[in-house]
Write a protein that binds this ligand. Sequence first.
Ligand SMILES: *Cc1c(COP(=O)(O)O)cnc(C)c1O
Length: 369
Amino acid sequence: MSTAEPTLLTPGPLTTSRRTRQAMMVDWGSWDDRFNQLTASLCEQLLAIVNGADSHHCVPLQGSGTFAVEAAIGTLVPRDGKVLVLINGAYGKRLANICEVLGRSFSTFETAEDEPSSAADVDRLLRADASITHVALIHCETSTGILNPLADIAHVIAQHGKHLIIDAMSSFGALPIDAQQVPFDALIAASGKCLEGVPGMGFVFARKETLANAAGNSHSLAMDLFDQHAYMAKTGQWRFTPPTHVVAALHEALLQYDEEGGLPARYQRYANNCQVLLDDMAKLGLRSFLPTAIQAPIIVTFHAPKDPRYQFKEFYERVKAKGYILYPGKLTQAETFRVGCIGHVNQAEMHAAVAAVAEVLREMEVLDI
Ligand SMILES: *Cc1c(COP(=O)(O)O)cnc(C)c1O
């Protein structure tokens, strides 16, 4: 076990299939027609997942997920716009940070890390400040695994005639979002999360009219989604060097996504992973931080054992030696660790991972079972 590559139980990069990794064994040229067809077919498949072909463009962008978030805010929020940022974790804080760095006016509304943002709060905040033009939120806040009620919030924002920007990085592809039922201006995700590609590109579903009116908004040349889209629409090519291997891997990952049964199947596998994880950890006396009602089947935060012999670093290294990579906690208040449910893993791997955790806690004399 320890000689094999460990299984990543982290929410990106995550465990990918051999087939997806094999797809990277080709060096594509960026002028190659077949490569450009790969990109076009990728965008088409991604749009189909959100049922957005009629209303939205898919604009891919080189870089990690945060690059795409920053590009979306910079391109789609006019320089005189104002963003209300909903925060209940580290990724929400990052949204506010991006607004700050880009010089976009913004206000924040923060709830506790175990309290979802609510449509009623958004309604109240929009009534109180007419200068807000956009609301930005995280769908699944990966710093805990909490799910925010996206559809309810989206409807309130639409009633107010405001724009919505969704960071759906860790939920897209697994949790259903239908662009015809959940009105949004931009939804952002990336290659290396629930689609089980490798990291290296993000993509933004941008409402067609919104994007058409976004020329000149961006602070940045490379991060301008208007230009990125215009160039791709005109030439079929990426503006600037494409992440060719990442595109090929994501294309292959999407074929497997469809073969598995698309979103419902992906959701079900992750939900099963999550349930096994919660049940098996509970048997060890390890409690999850979030109540089940607001727990997304993406990543689970566990309270660390109270025993003074427990140290995350040692725990992590010992579990890694048994073949599983866990994730540190990201809470300000409580001592926690996290385990991802996403990636090319199934229930058998989740059982085995928790068995490894149990062995390690016994070795560390934290568990006496
Ligand atoms: C992964 C993730 C991001 C992007 O993070 P990168 O490190 O830039 O890939 C953004 N938002 C959420 C909610 C995420 O889970």
